[in-house]
Write a protein that binds this ligand. Structure first.
Ligand SMILES: OC[C@H]1O[C@H](O[C@H]2O[C@H](CO)[C@@H](O)[C@H](O)[C@H]2O)[C@H](O)[C@@H](O)[C@@H]1O
Length: 515
């Protein structure tokens, strides 16, 4: 909610409210205060008609022949209109009254409670916009994120002042790369490259950088999530305070708050993946983990920067980043890859204080998580047939592949990034990687998972009239749950992934869409 008057006047009026003995304010008085001094939530963004929206653009999903599916795809495509926003002029004129950041370009929000731009969501929003032929809208999303890098040195978790203490999975280079592939717009690449270089530095220096020596004595540099914050997350303040109640000392509470915010930086908030004890959230240890997926995204960032720099004739940068990608590939192979199990495992640091950590076999977390398979997204890995044969076998027996898609984990923790939830971004990266593999078996598997995912999205849409943030993959036609907020609808990345899958695999006339 934004302020109607400046902060000091608002605080003064708040302090004047009548307090009971306990120090509490009555609900009536508090409601009155909110009405008088705060604007309605969401009023700082206004609807925006995308300049490049057409009801059914030329060349839209040419391989979708089935009429039911086509009609549904057109409906999803038209959701871009309802999710398009622009920051209200009043925010630009008076930014101090608002937590929303004064972004200049039109944007696409995920939906429901998420009424601001989110970083990693934007990658799948863009994939959908590209399938919808909305190239200008896709570029606007990137220009906003670049402006955050210019201002803060990194892309924020989301475009709110209270997100300025952390980032999210870094996919800006992937966004630029996909847009360039479709538009060949060199001036767009030239404008974007400096921000990509700056972002690379953010993830490879200071608290995010970790040095680790492998079993053969080679020292590698990898990255971790680490929020610059040790207080409750402002957007979930009371929840975090309650979660911390059982911790006694202030310093333990602060450490826990940092772990909560760092887990939000990972995009997987929350999951047993980051917990020492799977049934106790206060054992979150995200800053002590080298995550497979984060380092895969950074490897992709390095490969993307090398290619993009080359296209604009900057051979020095291209050479530097292709060397950096080679070093990270070696590091991923030696720290995360487990040849016997055919998976890449997160690496748990034995303590958080050493300058150079020493790799130990027991540091690999061998529990099944969808993130153990994210490296297949990268050509460097999916083009290696002998590795992929192992990975496919391992994936098939992992238990993660379910009736309606890939489960996030096998743990029934009631956290939202655990079983039985399946998330659109994870389906997309694994499916796209399998589809690009040279192995026929991997390509068939990719299509099979995409069909399951599209069906469950369709069936749930028909049932509830909306697209969901996450789905329950145990059975077709169920949306997901768990976690600290009620399930959200709208929904940016789910729409993007359905459109991207339909673009890649099509949908023949005679293939049944229902569950
Ligand atoms: O408000 C609680 C948390 O909500 C966000 O996280 C979830 O939604 C995001 C938007 O779709 C998504 O990017 C993230 O992966 C989800 O877990 C937010 O990103 C968190 O920082 C926030 O604390």
């Amino acid at each position: 909610m934004s302020l109607k008057f400046n902060l000091s006047k608002t605080e003064k009026e708040f302090d004047k409210l009548k307090r009971r003995k306990s120090g509490k304010v009555s609900v009536k008085d508090l409601s009155g205060f909110i009405k008088s001094y705060l604007n309605e939530a969401g009023s700082d963004l206004v609807y925006h008609e995308p300049v490049d929206f057409e009801y059914e653009p030329i060349g839209f999903l040419p391989r979708v022949e089935n009429l039911k599916v086509r009609k549904w795809a057109v409906e999803i495509h038209s959701l871009w209109k309802s999710l398009s926003r622009k920051v209200d002029d009043r925010v630009i004129e008076n930014p101090d009254l608002h937590t929303i950041l004064p972004l200049k370009y039109p944007m696409v929000i995920p939906g429901s409670r998420f009424r601001e731009v989110y970083y990693w969501d934007s990658y799948w929003v863009i994939r959908g916009l590209l399938a919808s032929k909305m190239y200008e809208s896709a570029k606007s999303v990137v220009y906003n994120l670049i402006s955050l890098v210019d201002e803060y040195g990194f892309v924020l978790n989301g475009a709110r002042a209270y997100y300025s203490n952390r980032s999210q999975p870094p996919l800006l280079s992937s966004m630029v790369f996909e847009i360039y592939k479709r538009t060949n717009d060199l001036s767009f690449v030239k404008k974007s490259l400096p921000a990509l270089l700056k972002e690379h530095k953010f993830w490879n220096s200071g608290v995010h950088e970790v040095k680790i020596q492998d079993s053969e004595g080679c020292i590698h540099s990898l990255s971790r999530y680490y929020a610059m914050w040790n207080k409750p997350r402002p957007e979930s303040f009371t929840i975090d305070k309650e979660s911390a109640l059982k911790l006694l000392s202030d310093s333990d509470k602060q450490l826990f708050y940092r772990e909560l915010a760092s887990t939000a930086e990972s995009g997987w908030d929350f999951s047993t993946r980051w917990m020492r004890n799977q049934s106790d959230l206060t054992t979150l240890a995200t800053t002590s983990i080298l995550p497979v997926d984060l380092n895969t995204y950074i490897l992709k960032m390095e490969l993307d920067i090398a290619t993009l720099a080359k296209t604009i004739g900057d051979s020095l940068t291209a050479e530097h980043f292709s060397e950096a990608s080679e070093a990270r590939r070696t590091a991923i192979n030696s720290i995360f890859w487990n040849s016997e199990k055919g998976q890449w495992f997160d690496y748990w640091l034995s303590n958080n204080f050493e300058e150079v950590h020493k790799w130990e076999a027991q540091g690999q977390n061998q529990i099944s998580f969808a993130s153990n398979f994210i490296p297949v997204w990268i050509e460097l890995f999916n083009s290696d047939d002998s590795k992929m044969e192992k990975v496919i076998k391992s994936f098939q027996s992992s238990g993660l592949l379910c009736a309606a898609g890939i489960a996030t984990s096998l743990s029934h923790s009631s956290e939202q990034w655990d079983f039985p939830n399946g998330w659109a971004p994870l389906q997309h990266m694994i499916v796209e990687g399998l589809a690009r593999s040279g192995l026929k078996e991997a390509r068939c598997m990719a299509k099979d998972i995409a069909v399951r995912w599209i069906r469950t999205n369709y069936e749930t849409y028909k049932e509830t009239g909306t697209m969901h943030e996450k789905y329950d993959v145990e059975a077709c036609g169920k949306f997901g749950g768990g976690g600290e907020y009620v399930p959200q609808t709208g929904f940016g990345w789910s729409n993007g992934v359905v459109l991207a899958f339909l673009e890649e695999f099509g949908w023949p006339q005679d293939l049944e869409i229902g569950c």
